[in-house]
Write a protein that binds this ligand. Sequence first.
Ligand code: TZD
Ligand code: CA
Length: 552
Amino acid sequence: MTPASTAAAAAMPPSFSDSKPRASMMTTVHAATYELLRRHGLTTIFGNPGSNELPFLKDFPSDFRYVLGLHEGVVLGMADGFAQATRRPAFVNLHAAAGTGNAMGAMTNAIASHSPLVITAGQQVRGMIGLEPMLTNVDASLLPRPLVKWSYEPASPQDVPRALSQAIHLASLPPNGPVYLSIPYDDWDAPVAPQSELLAARSVGGATVPTRQALDEMVGQLARARNPVLVLGSDVDAAAAQHAAILLAEKQCLPVWIAPSPARCPFPTTHPHFQGVLPAGMASISRLLEGHDLILVMGAPVFRYHQYEPGRLVPEGANILHVTCDPQEAARAPAGSAIVADIRGTLELLADAVPVAERALPRARPLPRREHRGRPGALLPQEVFDVLADTAPADAIYVNESTSTTNILWERLPMREPGSYYFPAAGGLGFGIPVALGVQLACPDRRVIGVIGDGSANFSITGLWTAAQHGIPAVFVILNNGTYGALRWFADVLNVKEVPGLDVPGIDFCALAQGYGVRATRVDTARDFQRALTHALAGQEPVLIEVLTHAS
Ligand code: TZD
Ligand code: CA
């Protein structure tokens, strides 16, 4: 600025600025959006940028942090872990159609686990969308549609802050879940609509609890039941309602199962009422619950099956009473009566309303034997979990993506605290590494241990780079058995032979980790694993431990 222009500016009469439009009317969509995000505590942006996103990211405010993932599956997974562990919405920024497409595998898990994700993607400039230039998101709102609760491209720049406000509220209204907004990149400098500042002050609540009559009916059904059982799902943990589940189980002397294919741990596995995780097949579930006349299912779909096992949906003479936060889950269940309600509110009311029952205490679940036959050159999966049980802190958080060893994990790992376990709710792989990072960012006072198969790890291996760059101290235990173990098991279930593409030999995970800047070590005995794990847990940086394992 020349001295003359400085003088001219200084000489401007005060009335000059008064004659401008009012400050709020001059606010840009960009400024209003960051203010809205700030008000909602969404100051961490998980993203991978492209040309369409640069105008959104310009002048990045210093009170925000950007967590870069090198692939959008990693970006979405990190946000998913962060949202689940904080039990709050997380913000994602993807690149248009290609970036959204890369993230969609991870969205299958996010919608199934009711993760509140506010997913945004940049779009080409409004004036060119119809010409389908490079990096256009053609039919943007259609692209992720089955995997989000709501998908939208604002009809004008002025609609962007309002649409974002709608997205944040929808993501965190029950059932929580991902939402998607596509935003053309010429919207950011546009002025906002009048009174946009009212958006940031809004609050929208949605928890509903059963009516007095419905609650009395539930209490009555429990009182009349001869042999009731409690089946708890992931949403009990998502709702931070473990304490109420424990109280209900103890007052009513209920045996407690975890619903099939759990994505979280809703009940302490060390509790004497805990019976285990139900298998993911109709016939097996009915066999295990045989003899119960009331099956009270809280916070799970009825049920998340995997293998097709034709058989009874419900054991003979049993009734299902199902409480879920998700109307879709309630409506699609094949049997039982369902109530759509807030899981924590309902559990607390119910636990309070029921009397102390005079039933026999449930039998304790048998614990697995600890002796290992021990074969040279590699560990048995059970040895891996016994070392983890002996060595990890009592409040460790496990992110499990070792598919063929999941049953062994549930038998052997003690998980006492809420928020101790995460697994891909829809079975989509690529979850483990990024979700471990997101959970570790959300819970700096606890240690996250990713237990990840060699097959699964490769779907999002680039997450190791983010771990190194941000110094996120998760420990990655890679179980390297050289194969897609779960698919070998499934081939047996289906009785199919000679299937190609099931082995993944020749991958050096230590070299991969070091290439991305993460310290790594390879072990093939329980002793060395224990030593490596102890060392990793003593430090404060990410470490990868490649454990050679026998197929289970
Ligand atoms: N691709 C994606 C995105 N999700 C999937 N679920 C699969 C493929 C299919 N799949 C499974 O369902 S389990 C599995 C595959 C490939 C094998 C995983 O192998 P792993 O673990 O090494 O991680 P195990 O313990 O050897 O099974
Ligand atoms: Ca494997």
